[in-house]
Design a protein around this ligand. Structure first.
Ligand code: SER
Length: 885
């Protein structure tokens, strides 16, 4: 009998399928690298999507994985339910076995039954299990009934139960289009002490019968018009949540009572400094221990908190956890302290988090500190809204805006309102939330029409590591996305060859350019792309025509390729140098290797200091001068990993991989093209270092002739600057500093001069004073005067004239400025800011101020004369009625 810890269950599942000829593969990243329309990896099959569709060849025909999944945000969003039910999680592990055109229904069902019921494996009593099949799936029904010998009354047929064809609990679809098929599900009966009915019944959503395994028979490719195209190689995709099966084997009903969650909940209580893990605390403790899993794993897979897309969902999860911390009375930042216990508790699954621990902690802690400020700001905004509220209900739109834009939780809004006897329009809030969820779902659904994807049935051999020219046969042609037998002169298309030296864009390296030549035919290749195992040459025919079966000479643009290769080798050297200078936390987030430059994106928390940039540049250049050999070696994946070659965790590699080594400085899994030795790179120069999102930096650099060219341009700039400054290169900087200093001194003097002149000019303005009800008033428009000067003029006039109301307007560079001054003795009759408000009402713009001085700016010059004209009578009214604003 096996032991039943979650770690044992995870391992037993993989061992079982390994014993049935399945290759154990790593979980892919939570950020799907093959589908930008999917928010997060939410099922074990995601990484195999292209294999199911026949776009990619399978690397193995049988595989098994324990896949980390997220169901928060996007199509499958369980976030709001977490903490309140026994089985919802933002993060969970999905155990799965896959057959890619190998075994089908019979073996899939037999394997599952053996694993679940055999005494050597999970040993679940058969009478605790119930089966569902798709209504019309006779084959599965018969296998269960006659080969596994399940009594027919325990096999439930479920048809299209959601009102549309193929919309059923027993017909699984990846999205609106794409791979899909009928499924058979296995349910576990948690016992009659719980409420709930059998699957298919009206009480199916109760707690008694719980689905533990979904076995999907991928048979169709669903088109956007609903058409089901049968796949040439039907496949199997199964998924069993580790947390659910652990609950069964550990004889508990709630997932939150399994070993992993018990340990996490206890660790959370310790961090929070509470010994209470029951009553009102338990919900919040569950939420926090669920959320630390999704947050830590998402950050490890490269997601950072932000205000959009994946980062936004992460931010919402973190804030929800913090809010629950707040509910149970945490006083300080605490969430980040759970990363360490999480890594210990999650065992193997969290191995890749170990060397990222401090980075994950730091990112979460920063977010916690920021949220504290959010709470403060949210409370202020809410206070303001409540102070001007007239009824007894806060608008749902205000609560939504506080929640969505400022991250201020609804329950806190309700709490604050409750204390003041104010209700919140939660119906409107929910409507707005639903609208927002709909937008998120639309964003995340698989909405690609797979029928339009170019599918080529053969593999192109890439000969470009050795050759830059190659004679080859045309195996397929595409024009306007459709397969064709011929491309004519002047037409654009995609050419596939059986063998090609053209590198197809991948691993950050751009595709090759060049030409395909035959007698009387020239096809200019403008780009090269991968289509599964085939390589497509994009371009157009400048002369002649090209047919399938033709023989062509494929010639790449040699110089361009050389430049790309130098940049690619330099990117590896840069990566190694960054690790050396900045530390182990630096990990690649992306790269772009082109002929003119290279770009490298990586994790790092702050702008890199100038000296560190120089040091990185120096290290790379010294390795260039050492002329280290650059070699590629094919080896099996495990050997490559143990050689500490750098690789992406989220990528599924072949069994045999290419390891690119540069001396003993760098070793990376890489399929790109490279220089022969580092000396070929010639020179490496960093052009810029910038931040592209929170925690991700980008370095752009150049190599070889491009670097030399930039160096020449720099020298030219220095020489010409020196000549203009009548200096030499060594004294340029001193000269520029002196010039800047001198210039700012001159600007200061000019300003003083303008102000003095304004004061003199204001004397002249006295002649415009009029008497309004016994009060002196001066209203005047001036041309070409800056706002600052206008203000000095008003101050001067107030000083000089004693009791007065002064209103000056001026135009300067297309803008209107207004300054109003009211002497202190008149402010109980009229306020400067009221006069400004009256003027803003008439001419548009914005402004404000105090009782005695106010300023505004506007752009509607046309309405100014009338507004100034009306002013005297408006002020006269104010003065005679002595209204205080
Ligand atoms: N893809 C199916 C699911 O997610 C089975 O793995 O349930």
């Amino acid at each position: 009998m096996m032991r039943n810890s979650s770690a044992d269950i995870r391992q037993s599942f993989l061992d079982f399928y390994h014993s049935k000829g399945h290759q154990i593969l790593d979980s892919s990243s939570l950020v799907p690298d093959n589908d930008s329309t999917l928010l997060f990896t939410n099922a074990g099959m995601n990484q195999f999507k292209d294999v199911f569709l026949g776009i990619d060849q399978p690397k193995y025909f049988r595989a098994t994985t324990c896949q980390r999944c997220i169901r928060a945000g996007g199509k499958h969003n369980d976030l709001e339910n977490v903490g309140y039910t026994a089985r919802h999680h933002t993060f969970f592990e999905m155990l799965g076995n896959f057959s890619f055109g190998d075994y089908f229904k019979r073996d899939a069902i037999k394997f599952a039954w053996e694993l679940l019921t055999s005494k050597n494996w999970f040993g679940i009593p058969k009478e605790k299990l119930w089966i569902t099949v798709y209504e019309t799936d006779e084959e599965s029904f018969n296998i269960w009934a006659h080969e596994i010998n399940i009594p027919c009354n325990r096999i439930i047929r479920i048809g299209d139960d959601k009102g549309f064809p193929f919309v059923s609990d027993n017909f699984w679809q990846m999205g609106d289009t794409g791979p899909c098929g009928p499924c058979t599900e296995i349910f576990y009966d948690h016992g009659d002490h719980l409420s709930g009915g059998l699957p298919g019944s009206t009480e199916a959503n109760g707690d008694r019968y719980i689905e533990i395994w979904n076995i999907v028979f991928i048979q169709f490719n669903r088109q956007s018009d609903g058409l089901m195209i049968p796949l040439s190689t039907p496949s199997v995709d199964t998924g069993m949540g580790l947390e659910r099966i652990a609950a069964v084997l550990q004889c508990v009903h709630s997932n939150y009572d399994i070993d992993i969650f018990r340990a996490l909940i206890n660790a959370t209580a310790v961090v929070i400094g509470s010994s209470n893990v029951s009553g009102i605390y338990i919900k919040s403790l569950r939420v926090i221990s669920d959320h630390i899993r999704s947050c830590a794993f998402l950050i490890a897979d490269g997601v950072l908190p932000s205000n959009e897309g994946r980062g936004y969902t992460l931010r919402r999860i973190i804030r929800r956890a913090l809010r629950h911390g707040n509910i149970i009375g945490t006083k300080d930042t605490f969430f980040y302290k759970l990363v360490r216990p999480l890594i210990d508790i999650m065992g193997l699954t969290a191995n890749h988090l170990r060397n990222k621990k401090s980075m994950i902690e730091r990112i979460i802690k920063t977010e916690e500190e920021q949220f504290e400020r959010t709470l403060e700001r949210g409370l202020l905004l809410l206070d303001k809204e409540l102070s001007r509220l007239t009824g007894d209900t806060l608008d749902g739109g205000v609560a939504f805006c506080l929640y969505d834009t400022y991250g201020f939780p609804l329950d806190l809004t309700i709490e604050v309102c409750y204390e003041r006897n104010i209700k919140v329009d939660q119906i409107e809030f929910e409507r707005l939330i639903e609208e927002q969820r709909y937008r998120a779902r639309t964003y995340s659904s698989f909405n690609v029409d797979y029928s339009r994807i170019i599918c080529v049935n053969h593999q192109s051999i890439f000969s470009g590591y050795e050759y830059i020219k190659q004679s080859s046969t045309v195996t397929a042609l595409f024009r306007n996305g459709q397969s064709t037998e011929v491309i004519n002169s002047g037409e654009e298309g995609i050419v596939f060859l059986n063998e090609t030296p053209f590198y197809a864009e991948s691993g950050g390296q751009i595709g090759d350019q060049g030409e395909l030549i035959a007698y009387n035919m020239r096809f200019l290749v403008t780009d090269t792309q991968k289509y599964g195992p085939a390589i497509g040459h994009h371009g157009n025919i400048s002369e002649g025509l090209l047919r399938v079966g033709d023989i062509v000479d494929a010639n790449i643009n040699k110089f361009r390729r050389l430049c790309i290769s130098l940049n690619h080798s330099a990117t590896h050297l840069l990566h190694a140098a960054l690790l050396q200078v900045l530390g182990d936390h630096v990990s690649q987030k992306g790269s772009l290797v082109s002929d003119s430059s290279l770009r490298f994106d990586f994790f790092h928390f702050e702008p890199i200091k100038c000296n560190d940039i120089y040091q990185v540049e120096d290290i790379v250049n010294s390795q260039i001068r050492l002329n280290l050999p650059i070699t590629a070696q094919m080896m099996d994946l495990e050997t490559a990993k143990t050689k500490h070659s750098k690789f992406f965790l989220n990528k599924q590699y072949d069994k045999i991989v290419r390891v690119l080594s540069i001396g003993d400085v760098s070793s990376e899994l890489c399929c790109g093209t490279h220089a022969n030795q580092t000396g070929d790179i010639g020179l490496f120069r960093i052009m810029s270092e910038t931040g592209i999102s929170s925690g991700v930096r980008r370095i752009a650099a150049v190599t070889g002739e491009y670097a030399i060219d930039i160096m020449h341009q720099d020298v030219k700039i220095i020489r010409e600057s020196a000549s203009l400054l009548k200096s030499d290169r060594y004294r340029i900087l001193d000269k520029i500093i002196a010039l800047i200093k001198n210039n700012s001194q001159l600007e200061k003097e000019l300003q003083q001069f303008k102000e003095q002149k304004a004061i003199q000019d204001s004397a002249v303005l006295c002649r415009y004073i009029v008497d309004v009800g016994g009060v002196k008033m001066l209203v005047k428009h001036l041309d070409n005067v800056e706002a600052k000067i206008l203000r000095s003029m008003v101050d001067e006039l107030k000083n000089k004239l004693g009791s007065v109301v002064v209103v000056l307007s001026a135009s300067f560079k297309g803008k209107i400025s207004l300054v109003v001054g009211v002497s202190k003795d008149l402010t109980d009759k009229v306020h400067a800011c009221s006069i400004i408000s009256m003027l803003i009402n008439k001419i548009g713009g914005k402004g404000g101020g105090r009782d005695d001085i106010a300023m505004a700016s506007g752009s509607n010059a046309a309405s100014l004369p009338q507004a100034l004209n009306d002013l005297s009578s408006w002020i006269a009214t104010k003065l005679s009625f002595k209204i205080i604003e």
